[in-house]
Structures are given as structure tokens and as C-alpha cells.
Design a binder for this molecule. Structure first.
Ligand code: 13P
Ligand code: SF4
Length: 308
């Protein structure tokens, strides 16, 4: 059955001249059929340079929206339009406009995990892979608004010591949910394991981490490390690639506070299934659309990131 769907997807992909871009948080079988799997930064870079006529985004809505802003002439498909993002939802454009008004003369750096409307109010976008470098490249006397993730923002503030950086009070519900008690219990059972954590986690989790990095940085660290056991404090989809690239190493998912299951899933990312991908390529729907004026304003901040 799965074999048939994969065959159909591959045929449709050729007929449509389509490319499938997938985030590392999607289901393993989705990552396996994608033309490119990456973190948020790599996916934005791919979306900007593909020659395909159709981009199918196996990820969440803000990622597909970014692809559409970068390639307005292309058809951009999102297999399940309900695949949103709690972090993007924590920052409405209306409230953000008011926040900007209260902080005049601030340069606005926003995570790509935002709506197109918020990107249109932003000077430079960033992802967890490049946020530190982007902030460090801004002259120290320039005040900054950093949005929407308070944990990533707080982490960068703690490294750079930038007091003139104000943070929007948003967060990712997946990364905020990890239980420090359960991680410390795991560490007792696996004392040699290194704790690797995404900077969207709370500060008290980052304090006990041996390594803090974006999805791509965690993958690289675990591949190159001489250690062979890791407690992974980020979304569980990353385990697929971690295990593929280092089959002899052991990766233990960190558990969330409020669950009997051992790992922490982003329910939005998991909405993308092979069935939905096949249907989306077949019907060329649902498509992502962005208002042309919003897209015109938003593209400046995305291109500023891609050029940086
Ligand atoms: P990165 O892909 O930048 O690591 O971000 C993680 C994330 O939460 C994506 O939604
Ligand atoms: Fe959004 Fe968090 Fe899911 Fe990433 S993991 S898509 S930030 S809700």
C-alpha cells in the first residue's frame, strides 16, 4: 500500500515538475520521499533557488508562505492547511505593530516562524541557525526588537550581553514543554549521555545542556561527536535523521512534562502524511496565497536574511 503511494507521488512529481521540501520534524516516511530535507534556514534557501514549477511544502504554514513570497510565480502546495505553528500564532501582526510603536528606533529581527504580516513589519528575518550571527552583525548601539521566541531571544541576549534587545513574549509549545525532572532522571540512568537542546527550550533546560543548537547544528554535533549516547531535547522527528546518519549511536528522546509517551511531537508537523501529499499533487491544492502588498513588504526581510 505504502509502496503504491510512493510510486504515485513520484509519478505525479515528474508530471507536475514538482519538488518536495520537508522539515526534519515531519514523519520519517515523509522525510524519506522528499527531494530535500532541512531545517528552517536550509528550506528557505532551497525554496529561493529551485527551478521546479510546483513546490510542495511538507512542513508548516509559515514555511510554505515564505516559499510563496520568494517565488510568487510558482504553485506552492501545503498538504494540510491546518499545519500551523504555536510560535507563529503567539505573535499577531496587530499587536506586533503596537509593540513596534512602543519601541521606536528599534531594528526588528523576527524568526521565520511568523506570519507573512509579521514578516512585513520586520527588518531582518532569522532562524535558530543564524540568529546569533545576525544579532552580532548589528552595531551594539542599535536597539533591537527580537520576536517572537522569548527563549531563543533570551539565549542570544545571555551570550551577547545585549541589554538594548527587547523580546516579544512568544514561545513554541513543543519546546517549552520539556520536563527538567524527567531529563535529569534519564541522565541518572544514562550518565554518559550528552544532553543536546534546541534554543527554543526554556532557560533552565538550556542550563543543563552540553550542547545548544538549531536542528541542523544538533545533527552536525551528534554526527561529529566522539560520544555515542545523547539525550535529545527537541522535537522527536529529528531522531529519524540522527539514527540514519549514526546507526551505532544511541539517541534518547527527552520527554515532555505532561505525557506518558516518551517523546515530544509537534502535532502540526505530523499532520503531513503520504496520503495528503499524493492528493495535494494530484489536485494541485491546497495552494498557499499571500496578499501581493504584504508579500512585497515581507520579501525584504527574508532576502535580508538570505543575503546575510
Ligand atoms: P529550526 O528548523 O530552525 O531548527 O527551527 C525549529 C522549529 O521549531 C521549526 O519549526
Ligand atoms: Fe511551530 Fe514549535 Fe511546531 Fe516548530 S515545533 S512548527 S515552532 S509549534
Amino acid at each position: 500500500m505504502t509502496k503504491n503511494i510512493i510510486k504515485e507521488i513520484n509519478t505525479l512529481k515528474k508530471e507536475r515538475n514538482a519538488v518536495i521540501l520537508a522539515h526534519y520534524y515531519t514523519r520519517p516516511e515523509v522525510q524519506d520521499i522528499a527531494d530535500f530535507v532541512g531545517d528552517s534556514l536550509a528550506l528557505a534557501q532551497q525554496a529561493a533557488q529551485t527551478n521546479a514549477d510546483v513546490i510542495l511544502f511538507a512542513g508548516v504554514h509559515f514555511m510554505a508562505e515564505t516559499a510563496k513570497i520568494l517565488s510568487p510565480e510558482k504553485i506552492v502546495l501545503i498538504p494540510d492547511p491546518e499545519a500551523g505553528c504555536s510560535l507563529a500564532d503567539s505573535c499577531s501582526a496587530k499587536e506586533f505593530k503596537e509593540f513596534k510603536r512602543l519601541h521606536p528606533n528599534h531594528l526588528v529581527i523576527s524568526y521565520v516562524n511568523t506570519s507573512a504580516d509579521v514578516k512585513a513589519l520586520t527588518d531582518i528575518c532569522c532562524t535558530s541557525s543564524n540568529a546569533l550571527r545576525i544579532v552580532e552583525n548589528i552595531p551594539v548601539e542599535q536597539p533591537i526588537i527580537f520576536a517572537p521566541d522569548r527563549n531563543l531571544g533570551g539565549y542570544i541576549k545571555s551570550i551577547t550581553g545585549r541589554e538594548n534587545m527587547v523580546l516579544w513574549d512568544g514561545a513554541c509549545s513543543v519546546h517549552e514543554e520539556f520536563s527538567i525532572e524527567k531529563i535529569l532522571e534519564l541522565k541518572k540512568v544514562h550518565p554518559a549521555a550528552k544532553i543536546v537542546a534546541h534554543p527554543e527550550c526554556r532557560a533552565y533546560i538550556l542550563e543543563i545542556a552540553d550542547f545548544i543548537g538549531s536542528t541542523a547544528a544538533i545533527l552536525e554535533y551528534c554526527k561529529d561527536s566522539l560520544d555515542d549516547e545523547f539525550i535529545v531535547v527537541t522535537e522527536s522527528g529529528i531522531l529519524h535523521k540522527l539514527r540514519l546518519q549514526s546507526p551505532l549511536k544511541s539517541f534518547i528522546p527527552a520527554p515532555p512534562l505532561d505525557s506518558t509517551c516518551g517523546c515530544n511531537d509537534c502535532a502540526y508537523m505530523k499532520l503531513v502524511t503520504l496520503d495528503k501529499i499524493r492528493n495535494s499533487l494530484l489536485t494541485l491544492s491546497p495552494q498557499v496565497h499571500v496578499d501581493s502588498q504584504i508579500a512585497k513588504d515581507a520579501i525584504r526581510s527574508i532576502e535580508a536574511m538570505l543575503k546575510s
